[in-house]
Design a protein around this ligand. Sequence first.
Ligand code: NDP
Ligand code: GUE
Length: 287
Amino acid sequence: MLDESYESRIIDGKVLAQQVEEEVRSGVEDLESNRGITPGLATILVGDDPASKMYVRLKHRACERVGIRAEDFLLPADSTQEELLALIDSLNNNKDVHGILLQLPLPEHFSPQEAMEAISPAKDADGFHPYNMGKLMIGDEGLVPCTPHGVIRALEEYNVPVKGKNAVIVGHSNVVGKPMAAMLLNRNASVSVCHIFTDDLKKYTLGADILVVAAGVKHLIKADMVKEGAVIFDVGITKEEDGVYGDVDFENVIKKASLITPVPGGVGPLTVAMLMKHVLMCAEKSL
Ligand SMILES: NC(=O)C1=CN([C@@H]2O[C@H](COP(=O)(O)OP(=O)(O)OC[C@H]3O[C@@H](n4cnc5c(N)ncnc54)[C@H](OP(=O)(O)O)[C@@H]3O)[C@@H](O)[C@H]2O)C=CC1
Ligand SMILES: Nc1nc(=O)c2c([nH]1)NC[C@@H]1CN(c3ccc(C(=O)N[C@@H](CCC(=O)O)C(=O)O)cc3)C=[N+]21
């Protein structure tokens, strides 16, 4: 048997992200020279969860690379929902702020749903507002969630056909699974959404031409669960002392996949790049 190298099957999220960021940087320059507008992102971090702090830092670094002005708003973990809503209200009314990102999760005593609804839909760079979610559901994709948007971008870059294909999503969260399903359905895939109550996960995943896994369970997907030639996106991130792990047993699954994202260096960097794109979109549409 030939000693095959699997390198060419890896979707390099960092390279794709660089490409997206390049587009954003040039869009930012145009907006500045034509309209004198520098796009601005306000991030809100409540409490001091180390992982959340790291993610916000990644977003700020990306802003620096593309020329977006970023401002960080920190609220102590014991602040109130009212204080958070007041901050969101002031950012909604600040014309230098084009995009608002409320880092999730919030401490227990907050209502994330109410807070996300308080963000002006026009500044909703995350695409989490019910208005933007509703538009996505009816096929009018404007500001959509960054992670599924990144997956769609990768499918386009690699010319992966979607129409008529079997797409399977593992995980039905509001931020990844559900919007991912809507975006693939909008492109006429046959979509199945699996979750904790799915009785035979393998039965579904084996039929997937496109498999998106966002369960947050280390190595949930093994090689015997995937179809030969499948295109696989691993969204999950599990942090352990010795490293960061995805939901897919990458080392073995790559032997069957035609394309696959690694963790780290896959969907994560692309998510951040799509956020930059969304802030630019918000700024371009601002008056
Ligand atoms: N790379 C990136 O940019 C991003 C990565 N993430 C990561 O992706 C993962 C998922 O995040 P998120 O969507 O917010 O997840 P949630 O934790 O909100 O949801 C996880 C989903 O997976 C389902 N699930 C859990 N265990 C299983 C299982 N054993 N079999 C089948 N389904 C299962 C859950 O079902 P049920 O609800 O029924 O329990 C739920 O729908 C996390 O690891 C997160 O860190 C998230 C956002 C962005
Ligand atoms: N309002 C809101 N919007 C989000 O988009 C949002 C959020 N809240 N809360 C948390 C999740 C998670 N998320 C990630 C972003 C980047 C990487 C990323 O770039 N990860 C790198 C590094 C991984 C590591 O070392 O931990 C990688 O995968 O290569 C991961 C995860 C955005 N989220």
